[in-house]
Ligand binder design. Structure first.
Ligand code: UD1
Ligand code: CA
Length: 477
C-alpha cells in the first residue's frame, strides 16, 4: 500500500572524493548491488508516493543506474551550489505543489539502513507531530560525522559538522546518521535561509535543525538501536566494513535456511544468489551474481561461482566458473576453469586442470584431466581422454568441434576444428584429428613405433642408462 503522505529524497549528487575512484561512490558494489541500489530498495519498501533522487557528479552513469534499479524514481539535477541542503532544495522543487506530507531524506552512501528503522523514525515523527526527526547514533569513533549537540536538558540543539566543530563538540559521540524525516512545509520554509558560511562553503542540510528549533518547532534526534545500521561509506575502508557486515547477515540467512557454511568469514555470497537446502559450502568460496545452487550440492573449498546454475547434488571443488550450468550429480574440479557458455549435463564430469568455454558436454560425459574444450558439443556418455585440446582458433576464426555420444577418445588428442567425431567412435592416443571420424570408426594418425635395439649401448656408452640396460639384459639372460 502506498503511503500518499510520504516522499523519499535520496541524495546521490556528491563526488565521493575520499573513494579516490573513477567510479562514482554510489555505484561501488556491495554484495553485488551498487550502494545506491541498497538505498533505493529501502526507499521502495517504504512505499512512498514519490522517490526523488538527486544527481550531479558523473550524472549520466548515476542516473542510468537509478532508473534501472527503481524506474519510478524522479531524477533531479543539482546545480553548481554544493551541499546536502541545496540537494534537498532542488529535490523539493520536483515534488508536486499539492504534496503536503512528510519527507524522508536518506544518503546514497548509507547502504545498510533498513526500512524498519526508517518506519519507526517516521512513526516517532508523526506521533510527536514534529517538524524534523533525525536518526542519530552513538558510536565509538565519530570522526567525519556531524555531531548531535544537545542542551543541558538533553534536547536537540543543533548539528555541527566535523570541520566546523569546536574541540568540546568533537568529543561528542552521538552522530547524525544523515537520515531525517521532515514535514515538507516546515522544511521548505527554512531551506531558503541556510547559507554557505561554513568550513566547506556548502549549504548544509543540517543547518535547518537550528533554524527550525529557534522558530519554535519540535525537532528531535532519535538514536538508532545499533550504530552499524547507519555506517556511511566514504572510503574503501568503510566500504569493506559494510561489505563484511552485510555478508555476515547474508551468510547467516542461508545458514538458517538450511545451508551448511563451514567458514562464514571466508564465504562471500551476493544478495541475488539462491541456495537450496543441504547445500554445503566450504571455506574460500564466493558466490556472485544471480547464481542458483540446487539442494545437496557441495561447493568449495576455494571456488568462485559467478552467475552459474549448479544442479542438485553436484560437487564443485577448487573451481572458477562464470556463466556456467552444471547438471545434477555432476562433478567439477579440483582446479577447473569454466568460462562463459559452459554447460555440463547431469552426472557429467569436468575434472582436474580442465578449461572449458562455450561448450555443451552431455549427460554422463566426462572430460577428466588436463584439457581445453572450446566451442564444442559432446553427446552423452562419452569420455574425452586426458590431455585433449580442441583447437578451435586458426588465428582468425573460431570453429566448432562436435563429438558424438559414447565416444572414447584417446589421451593427448588434438581436435582441429571444424571437425566431427561420430557416435561410438574411438581415437588412438596422440591422434591429431584433422578429418571427420565416422561413427564407430577408430582414428589413428601417429607414425608406427620403431624400436632401435641396442641404441643406448652404442650411442650412450658408459652412462647410467647403459649400465641399467646391461644389468636388465643380464637378468633376463
Ligand atoms: C553528512 C552530514 C553529516 C552526517 C553524515 C552521515 C551534512 C552537511 N552532513 O556528511 O552530518 O553525519 O552525512 O553519513 O549533511 N550529496 C549531494 N549533494 C551535495 C553533497 C552531498 O547529493 O552537494 C549527497 C552525497 O552524494 C551523499 C550524501 O549527500 O550521498 C552525503 O554527502 P557526504 O558528502 O557524504 O556528507 P558527509 O560529509 O558524510
Ligand atoms: Ca557520507
Amino acid at each position: 500500500m502506498t503511503d500518499p503522505d510520504l516522499a523519499v529524497i535520496v541524495l546521490a549528487a556528491g563526488q565521493g572524493t575520499r573513494m579516490k575512484s573513477a567510479t562514482p561512490k554510489v555505484l561501488h558494489m556491495l554484495a553485488g548491488v551498487p550502494l545506491i541500489g541498497h538505498v533505493l530498495a529501502t526507499a521502495g519498501e517504504l512505499a512512498p508516493a514519490f522517490v526523488v533522487a538527486v544527481v550531479r557528479h558523473d550524472r549520466d552513469r548515476v542516473a542510468a543506474s537509478i532508473t534501472e534499479l527503481l524506474p519510478e524514481a524522479i531524477i533531479v539535477d543539482q546545480d553548481e551550489i554544493p551541499g546536502t541542503g541545496r540537494a534537498v532544495e532542488v529535490a523539493l522543487a520536483a515534488l508536486p505543489a499539492g504534496f503536503t506530507g512528510d519527507v524522508v531524506v536518506v544518503s546514497g552512501d548509507v547502504p545498510l539502513l533498513n526500512a524498519a528503522t526508517i518506519q519507526s523514525l517516521i512513526a516517532a515523527h508523526r506521533e510527536r507531530e514534529a517538524a524534523a526527526t533525525i536518526l542519530s547514533a552513538h558510536v565509538d569513533d565519530a570522526t567525519g560525522y556531524g555531531r548531535i549537540v544537545r542542551t543541558g536538558a538533553g534536547d536537540l540543539d543543533r548539528i555541527v559538522e566535523q570541520k566546523d566543530a569546536a574541540d568540546s563538540e568533537l568529543a561528542i559521540t552521538e552522530i547524525n546518521s544523515g537520515t531525517y524525516v521532515f514535514g515538507i512545509a516546515e522544511l521548505r520554509a527554512q531551506l531558503g535561509y541556510i547559507n554557505t558560511n561554513n568550513a566547506s562553503g556548502e549549504k548544509y542540510l543540517t543547518d535547518v535543525v537550528e533554524l527550525l528549533r529557534t522558530s519554535g518547532a519540535t525537532v528531535r534526534a532519535v538514536p538508532v538501536s545499533e550504530s552499524w545500521i547507519v555506517n556511511g561509506v566514504n572510503d574503501r575502508v568503510q566500504l569493506a566494513e559494510s561489505a563484511r557486515r552485510l555478508n555476515s547477515m547474508i551468510v547467516r540467512g542461508w545458514q538458517l535456511a538450511g545451508v551448511t557454511v563451514l567458514d562464514p568469514d571466508t564465504t562471500w555470497i551476493d544478495l541475488q544468489a539462491t541456495i537450496g537446502e543441504d547445500v554445503e559450502i566450504l571455506p574460500g568460496t564466493s558466490i556472485t551474481g544471480p547464481t542458483i545452487i540446487q539442494r545437496g550440492a557441495k561447493i568449495g573449498p576455494d571456488t568462485s561461482l559467478d552467475t552459474c546454475e549448479i544442479g542438485e547434488g553436484a560437487t564443485v571443488r577448487r573451481t572458477d566458473a562464470t556463466l556456467a550450468v552444471i547438471g545434477a550429480g555432476a562433478s567439477v574440479g579440483p582446479f577447473a576453469y569454466l568460462r562463459a557458455g559452459t554447460y555440463l549435463g547431469d552426472n557429467g564430469k569436468i575434472g582436474t586442470f580442465v578449461e572449458t568455454k562455450n561448450s555443451r558436454i552431455g549427460n554422463g560425459s566426462k572430460v577428466p584431466h588436463l584439457s581445453y574444450i572450446g566451442d564444442t558439443t559432446v553427446g552423452v556418455e562419452s569420455n574425452v581422454g586426458a590431455g585433449t585440446i580442441t583447437a578451435n582458433y586458426d588465428g582468425v576464426n573460431k570453429s566448432a568441434t562436435v563429438i558424438g555420444s559414447h565416444v572414447r577418445s584417446g589421451s593427448h588428442n588434438v581436435f582441429v576444428a571444424p571437425v566431427r567425431i561420430g557416435d561410438g567412435a574411438y581415437t588412438g592416443a596422440g591422434t591429431v584429428v584433422r578429418k571427420d571420424v565416422p561413427a564407430g570408426a577408430l582414428a589413428i594418425n601417429v607414425a608406427p613405433q620403431r624400436n632401435m635395439t641396442g641404441w643406448v649401448e652404442t650411442n650412450r656408452a658408459g652412462t647410467a642408462a647403459a649400465k641399467a640396460a646391461a644389468e636388465s639384459a643380464g637378468e633376463t639372460d
